[in-house]
Design a protein around this ligand. Structure first.
Ligand SMILES: NC(=O)c1ccc[n+]([C@@H]2O[C@H](COP(=O)([O-])OP(=O)(O)OC[C@H]3O[C@@H](n4cnc5c(N)ncnc54)[C@H](OP(=O)(O)O)[C@@H]3O)[C@@H](O)[C@H]2O)c1
Length: 240
């Protein structure tokens, strides 16, 4: 199955990386985006080591519309139509309350978590429509499913906005074979935790989901028959 192309953002670490590795190991051609080149190259190496086809490394800042468009053009030129899009790039900030947040952080979080997601979808949709379908996995957060006061104002607003993107996609584009899944993970032991105001201890981290726990769910969505839409998936660590 090397004809299917999957584009992953946030592919240099955490659940983006784990999802890219699983997708690549299953035979998909994967394009990897994020800002840190060495991290993306490490993900690419893991895919090749797992027997997958050589991925395309496309470093970018998702907040840069031109860079996103250029990367999409590269994917199209080298791999053809993007059949699946996994949007895992995300941002939060330690100052998260109305009392301490900054509006520049607020804008960066919304731009990364919501606007860039809409832009990537907007770029890939025409190709998916022409191909008769495609799969879009949008990584939100359990804090968008039930309020988690510690998650932050901007983070919660941006991650809740992703529900609207998912629902409108399925409502408007389902007839074109395009399906979207809103993935809402609970705590995951990843680099993302460094953005918390207080770092969790080792015991807490050990009880969290692993990035690969989430990647298994992403793979389940990608592998679902084309006529099946998985609208939402909430995944939380047992006992939390
Ligand atoms: N960890 C959790 O507990 C948790 C729970 C629920 C949801 N989430 C969400 O899950 C997603 C993945 O997070 P993770 O836990 O796997 O953490 P992670 O390892 O920190 O992954 C986030 C990725 O986003 C990339 N990224 C951030 N800003 C970017 C930008 N402007 N342009 C391009 N790439 C950017 C980062 O790469 P570069 O820095 O190299 O760009 C990084 O690889 C995020 O959307 C996060 O909000 C996390």
């Amino acid at each position: 199955m090397t004809d299917r192309c999957t584009w992953v953002t946030g592919a240099g670490s955490g659940m983006g990386r784990a999802s890219a590795v699983r997708a690549g190991a299953s035979g998909r051609r994967v394009a990897l985006s994020g800002r840190r080149v060495p991290s993306l190259e490490e993900t690419a190496k893991r895919i090749v080591d797992a027997g997958g086809p050589a991925p395309l490394v496309l470093p970018l800042d998702v907040r840069d519309p031109d860079a996103l468009a250029e990367a999409h053009a590269r994917v199209r030129a080298e791999f053809g139509t993007v059949e699946a899009l996994v949007l895992s790039a995300g941002l939060n900030a330690p100052a998260r309350t109305w009392a301490d947040q900054s509006m520049s952080d607020f804008a960066a979080i919304v731009e990364t978590n919501l606007t860039s997601v809409a832009r990537a979808i907007d770029l890939t949709l025409p190709g998916m429509r022409n191909a008769g379908g495609g799969t879009i996995v949008i990584v939100s957060s359990i804090s968008a499913w039930r309020l988690s006061p510690g998650a932050g104002v901007a983070y919660t607003a941006s991650k809740r906005g992703l529900k609207a993107l998912t629902e409108t996609l399925n409502g408007q584009e389902g007839r074109n074979g395009v399906r979207a899944t809103l993935l809402l993970p609970g705590d995951v032991d990843s680099e993302f935790l460094r953005l918390r105001p207080v770092q969790p201890d080792e015991d807490s981290r050990a009880r969290m989901l692993s990035p690969d726990d989430v990647a298994r769910a992403v793979q389940f969505v990608l592998d679902a028959p084309p006529g099946v839409t998985i609208d939402e998936l909430v995944i939380s660590p047992t006992g939390f």
